[in-house]
Design a protein around this ligand. Sequence first.
Ligand SMILES: [Zn+2]
Length: 287
Amino acid sequence: MKWINRNDDESNFEDRRGRSTGKRLAAGGGIGTIIILALYLFTGQDFSSVADMFTGGEAQTETVDPSRVGENEDLKVFSLGVFNSANDVWTKIFNEQMQLEYRKPTFVTFTDQTMSECGGASGATGPFYCPGDEKVYIDLSFFHELATRFKAPGDLAMAYVTAHEVGHHVQKLLGLTDKMQQYRGRISEEEYNQLSVRLELQADFYAGLWARYAEAMNIIKLEEGDIESALGAANAVGDDTIQKQAQGYTVPDSFTHGTSAQRMRWFMKGYQTGDYKQGDTFNAETL
Ligand SMILES: [Zn+2]
């Protein structure tokens, strides 16, 4: 994949690399807590408010590890470019085809762990979108794992992941996330998982749609092997493939993201049709 027109705008970007919030201190205590407490005591601030800070779970303190600020900068530049291009693509589709206003999400990069409206996140969580704060969270080291552990290297593999998460934001704007939320607890777990699969496959479709539009809008130029690279990622993160690797067998009822074949199929469908209306996975008879 080559950039023709990369948008490096950082106005919807939150860089938390090398930073950890006080919540971890609140839970873990430790030397950081002691130093901060000592600091507050020495500066003569009201101690009760400091105590509240640690017991209330709303700690605002932040520690910075300078050695990790700016970590994986090349991956940040790349995925921010994909993120911005996805917003440009969706702004166009919303305006021209849906007659709707597109509200941009925020892209958050972090190292190891961070907080979101959806709870704490760790690198082990993998990239995710939080509908509560409308932010896409990515620990950039995940992309190394994607290339090594998941054996899905390449630019478009990484781009697919980022565009998929922006796809979840589109679903939030279109009211699908809320609809899903209403079903939670009212239907069986198996039924809920099936809906979740449809939601995820639609985000895959949207990732394919992004690739098609980004190419047509002269933002990127795809090269030989790019689509295969994206499909490699879709294949690697299929529920069946992951379960087989982890436990040696699959439990289809527990699938929440779809099989490798389904994920590849819906990505391809988005890329080939270039028509958002073809991505109605919720009413599709076959997935
Ligand atoms: Zn997803």
